[in-house]
Design a protein around this ligand. Structure first.
Ligand SMILES: [Zn+2]
Length: 400
């Protein structure tokens, strides 16, 4: 077994809205930071989920210094067992220890949060539980890269307006923990994004006692994933519990729930392609998939963040992975069931389902030049240049 990785608190600032730590993996030592517009917990519990993932991927036991919730360490062991059973080829069986592990007491009087990226799953969970939810939580450094300040700022402006429309305060978080996970081989979709949500949620224990994590898939379409109904609750601590929400609804059903919400129709954000750094590109698989949901639910023309006509011809050029094909089949069934007469669209969706894998891969290859253009920006190079410095002469200040 290699030397353990360590994470130690780094109280390098008097700002209570900043949580910082020194993380050491082999000869790589970095300072990690998560900031927000609310006071963050200053114990080390939020570092447990990312430490567990990096430990399992790099084959190192993980030691988390500083006060850590005993409940979180116990839950983390269960989360690690589950991840090991899902990914035996990728995840090594390691131990996580927290020398200062302490039982914490619930301070009470806190609210209920929901992670809120502005997408279909976010709006569904938020509107379904709006009576109970007191705070919405947006994270820069999650699906929008840290270097992309321009898109993050425009998205934040929209999310602030949307939260105001919904009558709930927006907690704005910025974190570089994803960069550390990515840099240590953690695969974002299948492994990393749930533990990052857990890190942020645990850091918000001063403000919320329970957090909804909007589900990406239905109960009928479950597979090992970074966020999963069996995984998310295991990251809970004494102070914060996580609830994976929305398993009962398809994307079509989710859109139907919020199609009459002005907040959603003015600010819906679904694109992960962001061609030309657009809020929604209106042409990628996810944009088109959502436009189909809105069209069938009768809301496409009222949604101001997506084109109001479906680019039917463009469907032939979309790359569809396995889950995207599931969504095409779902939309085709919904279209046939709804009272929408659109034979041209129906035929295009059927062609997409019948497409050969060779043709599908050709479509994937066509997206490469645009993908490279999307990231090759001055901001991108500036961000990464600022991170490529000689190793800082960091010591484990604050470790015990
Ligand atoms: Zn798009």
């Amino acid at each position: 077994m290699r030397a353990p990785l360590t994470i130690a608190p780094s109280p390098d600032t008097a700002d209570p809205r900043r949580l910082s730590a020194i993380a050491s993996v082999g000869d790589q030592t970095v300072r990690l930071a998560t900031t927000a517009n609310v006071p963050l917990a200053q114990d080390s519990t939020p570092w447990v989920p990312p430490a567990a993932l990096v430990g399992m991927r790099t084959g190192r036991d993980a030691v988390v210094y500083g006060d850590v919730s005993e409940h979180a360490v116990d839950g983390c062991s269960g989360a690690m067992s589950l991840l090991r059973s899902w990914y035996p080829e990728r995840m090594v069986d390691v131990d996580i220890t927290a020398p200062m592990s302490v039982p914490s007491t619930d301070t009470g009087g806190r609210g209920v949060g929901a992670f809120f990226s502005g997408g279909v799953d976010s709006y569904y969970t938020t509107l379904k539980h709006l009576d109970e939810i007191t705070h919405l939580i947006f994270i820069h450094g999650f699906d929008i890269d840290l270097w992309n300040e321009d898109l993050a700022e425009r998205t934040l402006v929209a999310m602030r307006k949307s939260a105001a429309d919904l009558g709930r305060p927006l907690i704005e978080v910025r974190t570089d923990v994803r960069v550390w996970l990515d840099g240590n081989g953690v695969d974002w979709g299948p492994e990393g994004f749930g533990p990052l949500l857990a890190h942020v949620g645990l850091a918000l224990s001063n403000v919320v006692a329970k957090i909804y994590i909007p589900a990406s898939n239905t109960s009928a379409d479950q597979k090992p994933n970074g966020s999963h109904p069996d995984l998310d609750p295991r990251w809970s601590s004494d102070a914060v519990s996580f609830v994976h929400d929305g398993l009962e609804a398809t994307r079509a059903a989710k859109v139907k729930l919020f199609v009459d919400s002005d907040a959603a129709m003015r600010h819906l954000r679904v694109c992960w392609w962001n061609g030309k750094n657009d809020y929604n590109c209106g042409a990628c698989e996810k944009c088109v998939r959502t436009m189909l949901n809105l069209y069938i639910a009768g809301g496409l023309e009222r949604c101001t963040t997506l084109p109001d006509r479906i680019p039917v011809q463009a469907i032939d050029n979309l790359y569809l992975n396995k889950s995207a094909k599931t969504f095409v089949a779902e939309n085709l069934a919904e279209l046939k069931a709804a009272e929408v007469e659109d034979p041209e669209l129906e035929a295009a969706l059927q062609r997409a389902l019948d497409r050969s894998e060779f043709r599908n891969q050709l479509n994937a290859a066509r997206t490469i030049p645009t993908g490279l253009r999307n990231i090759a920006t001055p901001q991108f190079f500036r961000f990464w240049f600022s991170r490529i410095r000689p190793p800082a002469n960091e010591h484990l200040k604050g470790s015990r």
